[in-house]
Design a protein around this ligand. Structure first.
Ligand code: NAD
Ligand code: MG
Length: 301
């Protein structure tokens, strides 16, 4: 799969550029591994080309082992940034692939596993990133927890809280720790979702966390403008990542994942990467407080 498209600039039909449903059932324990997915997601391993757009930047990417976070980490590194990736310890196998790929290309990438639902770890992660990279210019908050439950009767407080801690509280903790280190020109890029605007019935905890991220992004952008720090969010629609088969969706929805968007397929992580790069880069110097969709036509309002 990762070899299927190696010229990102060749004109082609976007509907058939990447795999379309149906997919196989492929349950995995949470958090899932990209290494176990079929077809393998395309994170830009063989296709993303850098052009020096983030030369010398120092970036922390959460969720950088797999999915959209891996695609952002690859793109940031190839655009010239040094990168710290964070992920859960059980995802070491995916993280090792990212580190091997990027260090093999001569980029600086540091792997720091740990649980973002823990406030103390969030602080440590930022301190460690500043130390490893010699500062912090980009905070890409891409980690997220999504576990579906059919009914409010099945959704317990522990699960509801875990989703809010991972998706919302960690954003607050990481940002609070990071801002004192960020110079004017620095950027924060958060990860919302189409779920902020079109919530699914089975994502009663996850969807509101994504709405909170949109509002957090707007409020923070207003607050940090006076420091010259921009804050934006990317809001993906269906993207082919381990989040979905590892309990993010029921398997019958994994099979037809992406079928209902106008382009008729799920996005691949690499298709989100250019937005993270743009929003992190100086090219986006007049863009702050915005949320951009990558939805295959299932538009944001
Ligand atoms: P993914 O599973 O590849 O990435 C999510 C990552 O979150 C995991 O790799 C894991 O490292 C990290 N994570 C989860 N809980 C954590 C915790 N407690 N501590 C530290 N790290 C933790 O899936 P993805 O789809 O690439 O997800 C990335 C982001 O994109 C998430 O915020 C998700 O909500 C968002 N998103 C995904 C889709 C989609 O269809 N895949 C759609 C909209 C938004
Ligand atoms: Mg992962």
């Amino acid at each position: 799969m990762a070899d299927a498209v190696n010229d990102p600039y060749a004109m082609r039909d976007p509907r058939t550029q990447y795999p379309q449903p149906e997919f196989s059932r492929q349950p995995q324990p949470q958090p899932g591994l990209a290494a176990e997915m079929s077809p393998r997601p395309d994170h830009g391993e063989t296709s993303y080309r850098g052009n020096g757009r983030l030369k010398g930047r120092k970036a922390l990417v959460t969720g950088g082992d797999s999915g959209i976070g891996r695609a952002a980490a690859i793109a940031f590194a190839r655009e010239g940034a040094s990168v710290v990736i964070n992920y859960l310890p059980s995802e070491q196998k995916d993280a090792d692939e990212v580190v091997a790929l990027l260090t093999g290309e001569g980029h600086k990438v540091v792997a720091v596993p740990g649980d973002l639902a823990d406030e103390a770890f969030c602080k440590e992660l930022v301190q460690r990133s500043v130390k490893e990279l010699g500062g912090l210019d980009i905070l890409a908050n891409i980690a997220g927890r999504q576990q579906f439950s059919e009914s409010i009767d099945d959704l317990d407080s522990a699960s509801f809280e875990a989703t809010f801690r991972t998706n919302v509280f960690a954003l607050f903790w990481l940002t609070k720790a990071a801002v004192p280190h960020m110079p004017p020109g620095a950027a924060i890029v958060n990860t919302a979702s189409i779920q902020a605007y079109q919530p699914s019935d089975i994502l009663l905890d996850y969807a509101p966390t994504k709405a909170a991220i949109v509002a957090f992004t707007k409020a923070l952008a207003k607050q940090l403008a006076e420091k010259g720090i921009r804050v934006n969010a990317v809001a993906p629609g269906p993207v082919w990542t381990p989040l979905q088969p590892s309990g993010g969706q029921p398997q019958e929805k994994v099979v037809e994942f992406g079928k209902n968007v106008p382009l008729g397929r799920p996005g691949q992580p690499v298709e989100c990467a250019p937005l993270y790069v743009l929003l992190a880069s100086q090219e986006a110097s007049f863009i702050t407080g915005e949320t951009y969709g990558v939805t295959g036509g299932n538009m944001l309002p």
